[in-house]
Design a protein around this ligand. Structure first.
Ligand SMILES: [Zn+2]
Length: 390
């Protein structure tokens, strides 16, 4: 059994500054590799799970669901029930009231639910399984987001997105050959969600210094390691090789584990996520087709890198509230963020959108978000500092 990801978590849990905070993972097994699904059968039988309920959409059934259905009945008379989630008028499956109610009407009393898909299918399955008091298993079909192994389920209620704290999967099986077949924009979105850590880590360190945000050096180190895994594997990710897919999904899972260990989203979510949320809320209000989470985060990271380097630096130098020591520290944090151009080059190297224009985000919305997105979360960031210093 290859449980190196779980060992990695355990190792960091032992290093955590405040051992009281250390939370053991709910996830018992994580398998990443070409033959990961082979391990699913033994996991099900080790738990005496005989009735499983699969959740997928049209695309993810083709990507992985179909082969899983073929594979499973050969083992221990497993009963399989299943739900195919349907897209909305814009062609998107949305984690909203409709999808949740639909899944609830479909599910009888299985032993476990299995999410087969990317982020949204996981959010719907995570939420419904939690409300039913049942566990769920994660089968990611695209390396698109760092939330597969998290407890948070962002759900759209009355056109507003609310993140509910629910449960992490009890096991995760990611077949790298399935991930390699994922559409290019989903893979680029995974890279976007990861390189967003460049600004999220800087925002976190700055927020800790300025506003005593809760902090953990261990969670910072874990997230940095995950980010490095992606930036050092860009060619392989671009070519969708097995090594590249393994690096990207492991980075996303490690970023998720850093949040699990810390118990809050600070390691992975700063100003770039606030911009992304702001755009998303606008798109929901206007009933526009949603953009991929990681695509927004990547573009927002490039935008904020330029904005921070230009505006924050100036403000820090003239801010009489700061000691020289604090000024120097804040400048060192700023210097850890690459230039906007470098961030855009990274996104472009894997075929991702690099600017709001390429992504189709209107410039007026971008301008408003730069001014107001710091209010979407109660968290101190460079964006908040710039806007509140005006
Ligand atoms: Zn994210």
């Amino acid at each position: 059994m290859n449980n190196s990801l779980l060992d990695w978590y355990q190792l960091h849990m032992e290093k955590l500054e405040d051992s009281q905070l250390a939370a053991p993972l709910q996830t018992e097994q994580m398998e990443v590799g070409k033959n990961a699904y082979a391990k699913l059968e033994s996991f099900l039988s080790s738990h005496d799970f005989t009735h499983i309920h699969l959740v997928y959409d049209k695309h993810t059934f083709q990507a992985a669901g179909e082969s899983l259905v073929k594979r499973l009945p050969s083992h221990n008379q497993i009963t399989i029930s299943k739900t195919e989630l349907s897209p909305d008028a814009n062609g998107d499956v949305i984690a909203n009231e409709t999808s949740i109610a639909y899944l609830l009407t479909e599910v009888q009393r299985p032993d476990v639910l299995i999410a087969i898909g990317a982020g949204t299918i996981h959010d719907i399955t995570r939420f419904v399984s939690y409300k039913m008091g049942l566990p769920f298993i994660s089968i990611p079909t695209a390396p698109s987001v760092d939330g597969f192994n998290s407890k948070g389920a962002p759900i759209v209620l009355k056109k507003r997105k609310i993140t509910f704290q629910t449960q992490a999967p009890i096991a995760l099986f990611a077949d790298t050959s399935v991930l390699a077949e994922a559409p290019r924009p989903l893979i680029a979105a995974g890279v976007g969600d990861m390189i967003g850590k460049w600004t999220s880590l800087a925002d976190w360190q700055f927020g800790t210094m300025m506003a005593q945000e809760p902090y953990s050096e261990t969670a910072v180190a874990m997230t940095k390691e995950a980010l490095k895994l992606v930036t050092s594997s860009l060619d392989d990710i671009k070519n969708q090789t097995d090594i590249g897919m393994k690096a990207l999904i492991e980075a996303l899972l490690k970023s998720g584990m850093a949040m699990s260990l810390f118990g809050l989203s600070h390691p992975a979510s700063g100003g770039e996520h606030h911009l992304s949320h702001y755009w998303e809320m606008h798109y929901l209000e206007k009933n526009k087709k949603q953009l991929l989470h990681g695509a927004k985060v990547g573009v927002a990271c490039g935008l904020l890198a330029d904005h921070y380097h230009k505006q924050a630096n100036k403000l820090l130098l003239t801010d009489s509230r700061l000691t020289i020591n604090q000024q120097e520290k804040a400048q060192a944090i700023l210097a850890s963020i690459p230039s906007g151009d470098e961030i855009r080059r990274t996104l472009s190297s894997v075929g991702g959108s690099t600017t709001p224009h390429e992504l189709g985000v209107p410039s007026e919305l971008v301008e408003n978000s730069i001014k107001h997105a710091h209010t979407v979360r109660d968290r101190h960031t460079f964006l908040r500092y710039i806007n509140e210093s005006r």
